[in-house]
Write a protein that binds this ligand. Structure first.
Ligand code: HPA
Ligand code: ZN
Length: 327
């Protein structure tokens, strides 16, 4: 099996988190911003743990200051994804980073990202859709402005709303107002949970935010009644195994719960989260999973069909993607 070659659908990717370090260093140089402290000697991003990662992420993002920067970033990221065989991708965007939650500025950033996505689709055939995320550590107040930006600009490109950031800060219900606003506008919903929070964080996201997908969600495995509930309700998990292992949530690929969740009937999908930060790519995720669990191409193709069915896109796009997933 050559993991690079078969088509893939990625549902969980932070756009800034997918920025190659060379790209960020180049922008820093152009703008005379010193962020040398966030890089290791070999040029990769350096951080100690998840909370330090969030700080390094914010520092890297600080060099992205204009819609044109995001245009360039989107092209660089989609080129990498397409090289791993990704044919459809959803990326998290934050009006917090793109214009400081000002609606007029946000429209310009979104237009630039969308234009780059169209360019990448013409060049490599990769399709992009966007999910606006509120950032937990920026807080519930800001999340209302974020949801307002999302609601005002939703459409066939911006299709989802989510919640990222420090899972230990605030409760899902503190963001319920923002999620209600997003749902009423017609956006589809997902939230990070069950990564740094335990099974209760997943229950809370489902009950208080009424999401249809969970970002990570892997720690549901610590509560088998919850696992059964996820399977019964058809909740889709955006699992990012390499991210979990890089951040020390699980010691090895074999110890990662994705295979057991799958065996128990939970809809799992495979994503990279923040690939250069975690030294991964979609190709590498598939190679490591194949090694750890003896998964073959048939298993992966089934997972990507699940992902396509759970994608936050219109039905014509979904049909097109499902066709391209056929062997
Ligand atoms: N997890 C949570 N929040 C984030 C991440 C992540 O991987 N990347 C950017 N914000
Ligand atoms: Zn994430």
């Amino acid at each position: 099996m050559n993991s690079k070659d078969f088509p893939k659908v990625e549902l969980h990717l932070h756009l800034e988190g997918a920025a190659p370090p060379t790209f960020i260093r180049g922008l820093a140089r152009e703008k005379h911003i010193d962020i040398s402290g966030i890089f290791a000697e070999d040029g990769s991003y350096a951080f100690r743990d998840f909370w330090h990662f969030l700080k390094v992420y914010d520092a890297a993002t600080s060099v992205l200051q204009t819609p044109e920067d995001y245009h360039r970033l989107t092209l660089a990221v989609l080129e990498e994804s397409a090289a791993s065989g990704v044919i459809y991708s959803e990326t998290f965007l934050s009006p917090d980073f793109c214009g400081g939650r000002d609606l007029g500025a946000w429209r310009e950033y979104l237009a630039a990202i969308r234009e780059a996505a169209a360019e990448a689709e013409r060049k490599d055939g990769i399709v992009l859709r966007a999910i606006v995320t509120a950032v937990r550590h920026i807080g519930p107040e800001a999340s209302r402005e974020t949801a307002f930006c999302a609601a005002e600009t939703m459409g066939d490109f911006l299709t989802g709303f989510g919640l990222a950031g420090d899972e230990k800060l605030h409760k899902p219900k503190d963001f319920a107002y923002a999620f209600d606003m997003a749902r009423e506008a017609g956006l589809r919903l997902t939230a990070h949970a069950g990564e740094w929070g335990g099974p209760d964080s997943v229950r809370d996201a489902l009950a208080d935010l009424r999401v249809e997908r969970i970002g990570h969600g892997v720690r549901a495995i610590e509560d088998l009644a919850l696992v059964d509930e996820l399977a019964e309700k058809g909740i889709v998990l955006e699992v990012c195994p390499g991210s979990n292992i890089a951040l020390g949530l699980y010691p090895t690929w074999r110890k990662h719960p994705i295979a057991e969740l799958d065996r128990r009937g939970v809809k799992v999908t495979i994503s990279t989260d923040d690939p250069p930060f975690f030294h991964t790519t979609m190709t590498r995720e598939h190679d490591r999973l194949a090694d750890a669990f003896d998964w073959d191409e048939g298993q992966f193709r089934a997972i990507h069909r699940t992902a396509a069915r759970a994608a936050f896109c219109d039905e014509a796009t979904r049909d097109r993607i499902l066709k391209r997933l056929e062997p």
